[in-house]
Design a protein around this ligand. Structure first.
Ligand code: PEP
Ligand code: MG
Length: 595
């Protein structure tokens, strides 16, 4: 048995979980690294050689196929791939990694192909770029043959009855929605940041999670016993019985506290200590969360990330108009008369759908994403708009457009909506007249022009996850720069204040639906800027309602003024954390703000 060890990462979803590690291979072609024990090296070489043989057979058969259909010239490419795969000298660098670096075959293949590709790409002659693409292809075929049954020595079925902690290099959003939630009690990843979508989903599902754990895959192997502390970002491998007992007790305490907060969340309107009415809504991704919205006492849905209707589906087909309309009806009717904000597809960027974009973007987060991708795929977008309008009569629908960067996009959406409405009415389906249309403010250009946008829409919603990413030029899902992802940076605060001012002047409602809305220290600031609507993972709602009932808008205004006069993210964080303690006393909820 391995010796006990504790690792530290970024805590992204609170709670304690105890289970056995299962390595998770991402759908999006990631190659998790695993350290080999000395006795595993020979079998790993054997496994790799078998995969290489199977890859040769596949490639030769592809070559025959291509020759029949397209001619010998094209088949030559695949003959070359097969030759590469048969050649001991070309496979040598991969095999040497087993002995020298003691890593698994998937990782050895990925690392070697990445090295070779980088070398080809650095050469001046353009022809070599094709060689890089060939290497990429060969690597993919090899990895596919390494995958499947043998990939995981210990599979979930072998852990009958045991709770599972997923251990991965990284989880994509579509991996995260596929996690079998009946068995999995937590996940831990080597990469990722606090506002990556896997982290957001973990909070929505109430799954404890820690991301950005250095050396995770080198230290934690399949079947290891693991304790995950999602509040403080700790991961224990093969913990002692004392450690397990300590965390079991904490898990029980947390469960008791959650039950009592939940009960208090269910009664009527939430008001601050001085009587200001506030709305605390839920962010959801899946239809299965409709029950959570009610159970945790949320005042409706402030953000339904509709792209998960697609991301949670197998295959690349979009849900049909009828399937979408049925899904929207289920949410609207299930939650009526509560308001439900449905955001149109925010695909692209890091939310999969590479084939929709049509080309490999070198900077997907700055590429065809959100409403831009919707404009580029008009049929996909119109289908969604028609489905939304057809379902609207079932409840209290509000439409929200993601990744807006200026007024033109809103005008274009209005034109498309008008056309979609005509199409739906023509079929004899009634559509309410007054469906509010809102813009996400998550791109700095939208924040800077919020005064121009506000008159064009019915409401605004601050998406602080992307607003921070784009304002500070810090990838929200990259653990190597997670220290620079600072919600309290004065630039972020100034943009938020500017948007709040624009909403007030235009008398349009403004809500915050990014993860900043889930942090009580930051909610004081928003309240002080006049914001009265917040949206967050359903499980955070009870805590936030309880907290808001205890503070006054006058205090919040004082705090906001003072915070805006500070010069650095550290100063603002320290100040807000102190104010939170002063205003909420001993039982102050936890903040992620740090000095
Ligand atoms: C945001 O960017 O803050 C937001 C709420 O949208 P998403 O997290 O889905 O990008
Ligand atoms: Mg966003």
């Amino acid at each position: 048995m391995k010796r006990p060890l504790s690792l530290t990462g970024i805590p992204v979803s609170p709670g304690v979980a105890i289970g056995r590690a299962v390595l998770w291979v991402s759908r999006e072609d990631s190659s998790p690294k695993r350290a080999l024990e000395p006795e595993e090296i020979e079998p790993e070489i054997e496994r790799f050689r078998k995969a290489a043989e199977a890859a040769v057979q596949e490639t030769e058969s592809t070559a025959r196929h291509v020759k029949e259909r397209l001619g010998a010239e094209y088949a030559g490419i695949f003959h070359a791939h097969a030759l590469f795969l048969k050649d001991r000298t070309s496979l040598g660098p991969i095999e040497r990694r087993f002995a020298h670096e003691r890593v698994n075959a998937e990782w050895a293949v990925a690392a070697t192909t990445a090295d070779l590709m980088a070398r080809f790409r650095s050469l001046p002659d353009e022809d070599f770029a094709h060689n890089a693409a060939d290497i990429d292809d060969v690597g993919r075929v090899l990895k596919r043959h390494l995958g499947g049954e043998e990939n995981s020595r210990l599979r979930m079925e072998d852990l009958a009855g045991e709770a599972i902690v997923l251990v991965a290099d990284e989880l994509t959003p579509s991996d995260a929605v596929r996690i079998p939630r009946d068995r999995v009690v937590a996940f831990v990843t080597e990469r990722g940041g606090r506002t990556s979508h896997a982290a957001i989903l973990a909070r929505s599902f109430g799954l404890p999670a820690v991301v950005g754990v250095p050396q995770l895959l080198a230290e934690v192997g399949e079947g290891d016993r693991v304790v995950v502390d999602g509040r403080d970002g700790l991961v224990w491998r093969e913990p002692s019985e004392d450690v397990v007992a300590f965390f079991r007790e904490r898990r029980n305490q947390e469960a008791r506290r959650e039950i009592s907060l939940k009960e208090r969340s269910l009664g009527g309107i939430t008001r601050t200590r001085d009587g200001a009415e506030v709305a605390v809504r839920a962010n959801i991704e899946l239809l299965s969360e409709i029950g959570d919205v009610v159970e945790y006492g949320a005042d409706g849905v402030g953000l339904f990330r509709s792209e998960f209707l697609y991301l949670s589906k197998e295959g690349v087909e979009f849900p049909s108009e009828e399937e979408q309309a049925a899904a929207y009806r289920e949410i609207l009717e299930g939650l009526a008369p509560r308001p439900v904000v449905i955001r149109t597809y925010d695909l692209g960027g890091k939310k999969g759908a590479r084939h929709l974009v049509g080309s490999d973007e070198s900077n997907p987060v700055l590429g065809l994403r959100g409403v831009r991708l919707c404009f580029a795929r008009p049929e996909m977008f119109s289908t969604q708009l028609r489905a939304l309008l057809a379902a609207a009569a079932g409840g209290n629908l509000r439409l929200l457009v993601p990744m807006v960067s200026g007024v033109e996009e809103i005008r274009r959406v209005r034109t498309l909506l008008k056309k979609a409405r005509e199409d739906v009415l023509e079929r004899g389906i009634s559509v309410p007249d007054d469906i509010p249309l809102g813009a996400m403010i998550e791109v700095p250009s939208a924040a800077m022009t919020a005064d121009l946008l506000a008159p064009e829409v019915d409401f605004l919603s601050l998406g602080t996850n992307d607003l921070i990413q784009y304002t500070l030029a810090v990838d929200r899902a990259n653990e190597t720069v997670s220290d620079l992802f600072r919600p309290t940076h004065p630039a972020v605060l100034r943009l938020v204040a500017r948007v709040a001012e624009a909403a007030r002047t235009a008398q349009k409602p403004l809500s915050v639906c990014g993860e900043m809305a889930a942090d009580p220290a930051l909610v004081i600031l928003f309240l002080g800027l006049g914001i009265r609507e917040f949206s967050m993972g359903p499980r955070t709602v009870p805590m936030m309602k309880e907290f808001l009932r205890g503070i006054s808008t006058q205090d919040a205004e004082r705090v906001a003024r003072a915070a805006l006069s500070l010069s650095t993210a550290d100063e603002v964080s320290t100040f807000l954390a102190q104010e939170l303690r002063d205003l909420a006393g001993d039982g102050a909820p936890r903040t992620a703000m740090r000095a």
